[in-house]
Design a protein around this ligand. Sequence first.
Ligand code: FBP
Length: 456
Amino acid sequence: MMGAHSVISFLLLAAVLLLSEEVTAFQSSLVGSAFTSIRSSSSSSSSQVVTSLYSSLDADPLGPGSSRNSASSPKMKKKDLRSLQRFLEVECWRSPNIRNLDRTLLAVADACKQINRIVQRAQTDDLYGAAIDPLTGEIAEENVQGEVQQQLDVLCNTIMLRAFCGASNNVVCAVASEEEPLPRTCADVMGYDNMIQSGEYVAVFDPIDGSKNIDASLPVGTVFGIYRSPEGSSAGIDGVNLDSFLQRGTKMVAAGYCLYSATTVLVLTLGSGVHIFTLDPDKQQFLQTHPNVRIPDVGSLYSFNEANYREFSEPVQKFLTNMKQAGALGGKKVSSRYVGALVADVHNILINGGIYGYPATRDNVNGKLRLLYESAPMAMIMEQAGGAGSTGHGRILDVLPPQPKKNKGGDKSDAASDEEAGKGIHVRVPTYLGSVENVYELEQCFRYYGEEEDNN
Ligand code: FBP
């Protein structure tokens, strides 16, 4: 029987998908009218604008027969880019340890396209605000983070759950999400009670990162990571094997994020380099625009919420002061950038170099970011691009999430076991991600000022 949670998300999902057709028809009429207005202004410069617009959009609203399409007008050819599908087919064929992950990752890419459309239409289709429980009409329950679940959190969570479990034909056996208190088996997600629980991988994800940004139409993202279940691992709580989830980040076989912003980009690592795929809005296809991305060894950007500066530990304060006093790094003036969404801020650092940090503060002694489905996947991407991911005291990927004590002969209530399991799944970690030189400098500050701070 589907729970209230699934009913909310299913009704919302149905409503959203139903609406999509109208939007596309409306969009094309919009384009038509845009051109009429430009063409009416007869000055020479506007005709140049029109020419370049036509060629870039590859379509002349006046139709193929029009004079504009003559040989004289330059025709901007779409770059001959490899599709994500082709990339995954070849890479998963080439690497035995991810051999059958291509379909799952393609399903995740499709899920990101859906989330992209939903985020873009959240304003017009009133997908804002707290999720309402259709059965009670009440505001839906808080998530395990103690935050009131937003409609978009629930909707995007369902889309990602179904992407990992629905399309992966038993490749992924269980999933953990920021929006779920505990990991769930794919059988439970898909409602297949008698489904044999197989699949050698588990997936972790944050369906909508930076969700606070949506109200202001600022960038948001989705983060995910895939682990292989340890050999011989047996089913645990509700058929879920916690050992598969509570592994070091070094055990991840793939990680990625999707950024919904000026362009929609999917950034992916399968353990051999980082590749960026940009969504072609016309073809709705992810194309490989940046193969084998490398982050600069040193960068001039820093991305910290400095409103918390006084709460930062001395090493972090010293690091930021030193960076500002440096004035320029890597030949560029030191500058601050903070969008307030992990995916957006880290993507900026990946492309331009520098450092993103969400330190521990006096109130959040482990910082704010969750190790399993935020910091670790981002750290794997950073390291695969030649950068680094640190807690200030070592690699994020070496952090072992807290392991629940084994339940010897039922000496622990289910509630206690659940609580312990939840602690491991949603554990937070101070997070520093970026260029090796910048992250190295930060760790030096912890090494030097940390000791001083401890002796005080
Ligand atoms: P969620 O939105 O997924 O909970 O993520 C946490 C987050 O929004 C990060 O994306 C972002 O880097 C950070 O919190 C911003 O926190 P703050 O507003 O305290 O700077």
